[in-house]
Design a protein around this ligand. Structure first.
Ligand SMILES: Nc1nc2c(c(=O)[nH]1)N[C@H]1C(S)=C(S)[C@@H](COP(=O)(O)OP(=O)(O)OC[C@H]3O[C@@H](n4cnc5c(=O)[nH]c(N)nc54)[C@H](O)[C@@H]3O)O[C@H]1N2
Ligand SMILES: Nc1nc2c(c(=O)[nH]1)N[C@H]1C(S)=C(S)[C@@H](COP(=O)(O)OP(=O)(O)OC[C@H]3O[C@@H](n4cnc5c(=O)[nH]c(N)nc54)[C@H](O)[C@@H]3O)O[C@H]1N2
Ligand SMILES: [Mo]
Length: 722
């Protein structure tokens, strides 16, 4: 082999090999944790993928998903051209059409629905595509529809609502400066591996750690106190923390007196929740509750790390997290270094320490003059606190036409398996006159659309990203789009022009929009273009501490509300002002009748490191790490049910059943079954009903219902054939 051949074999970049390293960002997981990508490109094709060493958030690392980027980008399931449906919905029969034809047809059909049924009859939905949401919301409002909906109808928003109701705005843990952190449901080994280096560093420095989780996670094994509670009982546990902190005088009396309302009622509420009572409800020891409450309240400062999903994925989720967030006010750990800090987002949900006009760009203030959004009547507090419609109410409104008919759906990345009662969700969508789905892949959900549009992946498009330390990246496409794929923002710009919406800024394209959004930051697109790998934002810094001293809190009282003024206004909906503990609607305690037949608590959704919802099942590398769906089962429950490790079992609920392999493990409590969602052949969300929802947020009770397990006869049904 000569020198050049050796270099080519080693994929060494240089003019002689024709291999160039281009900077991009992996967008397979969530915006907070995506890694910088070095893409080795030859003749327009990515031949190698590595992490970007100089990226200050990822330091050259990639997880199993990012390492499989070439399989993601060049998947045989990519949509290559716009498609028009020729068979029945779901059949997957399509004909390729040109972009012009597709956009003309979409514009004509959406305009027709608007003309006949009003603009609100058209829904604009974003699944995972978080990077394009500001543009989609603006587009929906330009069109005249208030029905902009996202996957956040089941993610993060309920956690944000619980914080808004308690102290006005989200307050993120200031982990770097803390002396004690409570991980109240978080499993970074699977969900945020980028955080693990920082966590290890803090552990080495001796930070105190409390973990609240039904499973023995990696973090739990490192904790000073680990509270392995029954799923969905977080509210009872948090009230018992309050009991200990109040009774032992460990609360911040000055802060409570000056900056909170409802303390006397809260005091009475927590007085009734003794650690012994909570121990019984939650299945943990009273001594551990006392130890954890003392450790959190006497460590100064201390913070609570919360999560977007598991605590609010219950029918009592908002109040449970409110009970947790009350502890931050009780101990005075709010908006101080090392406590929970209020840092507003700069771009794509990330605080960057610099101002932008992203929110103004969405045009959200136009909502006030528009018809009510989907879910507003059923979830009025959601409608009051959040600018989106509540997508969990879509099936009901399609079925009843109340308060008005829904006729069309334009989606960026639709996945019906993520919704509770998935089968009836997709069946109701089939009642619509017209569905468009833009997705990089021809997914099972896309097969129900009338027109499918090929979306570009992150490496084929430009997108603006920022990270909390004040770093920003406006990526350049590293390769030409696969097939005729287009970026979601380009699709919206082209469609806006076709529809004659008159939005010059959106129609001018992403550079113009980014320039407009960044104006207050002093950054320009010209400067960003010089740094495709990203750059530090000059002057970025976290906002001041204790902003409430000048401005108060954004609650009706201007204070931290143990008793929520907003919830009190909706007592007719059955909402309680205090974070009272109520059992999950389906639990062994609330439904002993059902538990006689379905004795185990079913928890749907704890993440696996190699899968990102449905995004990576199709990649051979990630799939090989965990080929078959499985449920985590405690050895005693397995023995009782006659189930062997690795064998196929049936998990059944009153709503349905799935076949999965048994994974017998001591990491789950006796009495609990944990099952990852979204498996193509074993969809967890067929195991709960579409109306199994938290009455305040509309969030599904994914993480607590009832089930039984039994050995399966027909193993083939569940097996993975690929
Ligand atoms: N690899 C991978 N990473 C992901 C994702 C993915 O699909 N795959 N999804 C991303 C998304 S969209 C999200 S929202 C985040 C979620 O991020 P995390 O919240 O970290 O993820 P989960 O694994 O859902 O839940 C965290 C822990 O909560 C525990 N838990 C379950 N039920 C309860 C409960 O009732 N109470 C308490 N206290 N704990 C409970 C679980 O056992 C689990 O260990 O992850 C993101 N990261
Ligand atoms: N049982 C149960 N269900 C759950 C959860 C749970 O814990 N348990 N978690 C919930 C949570 S927290 C979340 S966040 C949701 C996740 O739900 P989603 O994020 O909606 O799920 P995905 O299937 O990963 O993504 C939807 C589609 O977006 C496509 N897509 C990816 N990138 C792009 C892009 O750039 N543009 C376009 N147009 N499309 C793109 C993907 O190919 C996919 O088909 O699931 C929820 N559902
Ligand atoms: Mo999520």
């Amino acid at each position: 082999m000569n020198d050049l051949e050796l270099k080519l074999k080693g994929k060494v970049p240089g003019p002689d090999t024709g291999i160039e390293v281009r900077k991009s960002v992996c967008a397979i997981c969530d915006p907070g944790t995506q890694c910088g990508l070095d893409l080795y490109v030859k003749d327009g094709v990515i031949i190698k993928v590595a992490g970007t060493k100089e990226a200050p958030h990822s330091h050259g690392t990639l997880c199993s998903k990012g390492a499989a980027t070439r399989q993601y980008v060049y998947s045989p399931e990519r949509v290559l051209t716009p498609l028009r449906r020729t068979g029945t919905r779901g059949s997957g029969q399509f004909e390729p059409i040109s972009w012009d034809e597709a956009l003309d047809e979409i514009a004509a059909r959406l305009a027709e629905a608007k003309e006949r049924f009003g603009p609100e009859s058209v829904m604009f939905f974003s699944g995972y595509a978080k990077w394009a949401r500001a543009y989609l919301m603006r587009f929906a409002l330009d069109f005249g529809s208030p029905n902009y909906l996202t996957e956040s109808s089941t993610c993060a928003t309920a956690m944000i609502m619980a914080q808004q109701l308690t102290y006005g705005a989200p307050a993120a843990p200031d982990f770097k400066n803390t002396s004690c952190v409570v991980y109240w449901s978080h499993n970074p080994s699977a969900t945020k591996s980028l955080n693990l280096v920082g966590i290890q560093k803090k552990l080495d420095e001796g930070v105190k750690v409390i973990v609240v989780d039904p499973r023995v996670t990696d973090l739990a094994q490192r904790a000073d106190v680990f509270l392995q509670l029954r799923p969905g009982t977080d509210g009872a546990l948090a009230l018992a923390f309050g009991h200990v902190i109040v009774e032992e005088g460990l609360y911040d009396k000055d802060f409570v007196e000056k900056w909170t309302v409802g303390f006397n009622d809260y005091r009475a509420l927590v007085a009734a929740m003794t650690p012994e009572k909570a121990a019984e409800i939650c299945g943990v020891s009273a001594a551990d509750i006392r130890a954890a409450a003392r450790l959190y309240s006497t460590s100064k400062p201390a913070c609570i790390h919360f999560s977007a999903a598991p605590v609010v994925h219950h029918t009592n989720g908002v109040q449970n997290y409110r009970a947790v967030f009350c502890l931050i006010g009780l101990t005075g750990n709010l908006d101080i270094a090392g406590g929970n800090r209020m840092n507003p987002p700069s771009l794509v949900h990330q605080p960057g320490g610099f101002p932008t006009r992203e929110r103004e760009f969405t045009g959200a203030n136009r909502l006030v003059d528009m018809p009510e959004r989907i879910g507003s009547a059923r979830f009025p507090v959601w409608a009051r606190l959040c600018n989106e419609a509540q997508a969990c109410d879509i099936p009901r409104q399609i079925k009843t036409g109340d308060p008005y008919p829904l006729k069309a759906l334009f989606a960026l990345g639709l996945n019906h398996r993520m919704w509770p009662g998935s089968q009836s969700f997709i069946e109701q969508l089939c009642e619509l006159d017209f569905i468009v789905d833009a997705d990089p892949f021809l997914t099972d959900s896309a097969k129900y659309a009338d027109i499918v549009l090929p979306s570009a992946t992150s490496v084929e498009r430009r997108e603006i990203r920022c990270w909390p330390m004040g770093y920003v990246q406006f990526t350049q496409p590293a390769i030409e789009p696969v097939g005729e794929a287009r970026s979601d923002v380009d699709i919206l710009a082209a469609l806006s022009a076709k529809l004659g919406l008159g939005d010059d800024l959106l129609e001018a394209g992403i550079e113009a929009c980014v320039e407009w959004m960044l104006e207050p930051s002093g950054l320009t697109v010209a400067e960003l273009n010089k740094h495709p790998e990203g750059m530090w934002v000059p002057g970025a810094k976290p906002p001041a501490e204790r902003k409430y001293l000048a401005a108060g809190f954004r609650t009706p009282s201007g204070k931290v509300e143990f008793a929520s003024g907003v919830l009190a206004e909706y007592d007719l909906c059955g909402y309680e002002a205090l974070p009272e503990y109520r059992e999950p609607a389906m639990s062994p305690v609330s439904r002993p009748d059902l538990a006689a037949e379905f004795p185990l608590v079913l928890n749907l959704g704890a993440r696996l490191p190699m899968y990102q919802h449905t995004r990576t099942f199709r990649l051979p590398w990630t799939r090989s790490l965990s080929p078959d769906p499985h449920a985590d089962i405690n050895p005693s429950d397995a023995e009782r049910s006659g189930v062997e490790d690795g064998s196929w079992i049936r998990v059944s609920t009153p709503a349905g059943s799935v076949l999965v392999r048994a994974h017998i493990t001591g990491i789950v409590r006796e009495g609990d079954v944990h099952l990852y969602h979204d498996w193509p052949q074993a969809n967890a969300n067929d195991l709960i009903d579409g109306d199994y929802l938290d009455p305040i947020s509309g969030f599904p009770g994914y993480r607590s219902s009832l089930c039984r397990i039994e050995p399966a006869d027909d193993q083939q049904e569940g097996a993975h054939h690929e």
